[in-house]
Design a protein around this ligand. Structure first.
Ligand code: HEM
Length: 191
């Protein structure tokens, strides 16, 4: 069974390096640390306003009170902006994928909220940065978004499949063959 470190290493290996968050991106975020930390209230409010006004995400969130939910994102934002972006940080993002499976948060829900974060960030930062600085910082966040989405989504899939393997006793090769047959069937139907 693959552990979180192996999953993280495999996902990084499959991403072309220029698409991945880099140490230059990390330095840029550090340079704008105070400004970015100051966006926490606006980002948190907008993020949960969006999730609480959509039926499917509301159903997931309503079991806890809103301020507790907000603290999850506040803490994630603070840890992200002050992060060294080392293995521990990336492995934590893989772990977030696990927590989301448990909470029934789907990848489309998570990916769409990443889209929301990037749009909100650009609009908030526009008030503080000139165009070239805004563009450079947003490219860093776009690479961060792609990297974390890859980690969280792949962690979700990989752990889901591992759970099926364990529950059914089927090994990975057998599941792969079954998936292939299923996909061949779907492709044949479209042809
Ligand atoms: C940009 C997208 C998202 C990010 C960065 C994010 C981040 C996180 C983090 C850091 C945690 C805590 C993991 C830990 O225990 O260490 C978490 C948990 C959770 N997330 Fe997300 N999340 C995202 C999207 C969503 C969406 C779309 C939902 C849908 C409702 C959601 C619902 C939850 C829930 C219910 C928990 C468990 C909270 C708890 O234990 O109190 N998340 N998320």
């Amino acid at each position: 069974m693959r552990d979180i470190q192996q999953i993280t290493a495999e996902i990084f290996a499959s991403m072309p390096s220029e698409t991945r968050f880099s140490q230059t991106d990390a330095a840029l975020i550090k340079q704008h640390k105070e400004l970015l930390l100051g966006l926490e209230d606006d980002l948190t409010k907008g993020f949960y306003d969006t999730l609480y006004s959509h039926q499917q995400t509301l159903e997931i969130l309503q079991q806890e009170d809103r301020s507790k939910r907000e603290n999850v994102l506040r803490s994630w934002w603070q840890k992200t902006i002050t992060s060294d972006f080392d293995d521990t940080y990336w492995e934590w993002q893989v772990f977030v994928g696990l927590v989301h499976i448990k909470q029934k948060v789907s990848n489309p829900m998570m990916i769409s909220m990443w889209g929301w974060i990037l749009t909100a960030l650009r609009s908030l930062l526009k008030e503080h940065l000139n165009q070239p600085d805004l563009d450079t910082l947003m490219v860093a966040f776009e690479r961060l978004a792609a990297t974390i989405q890859a980690l969280t989504a792949e962690s979700f899939l990989s752990n889901y499949v591992q759970a099926i393997e364990q529950a059914t006793g089927f090994n990975n090769k057998l599941i792969d063959r079954m998936v292939n047959l299923q996909i061949d069937g779907l492709i044949a139907k479209r042809a």
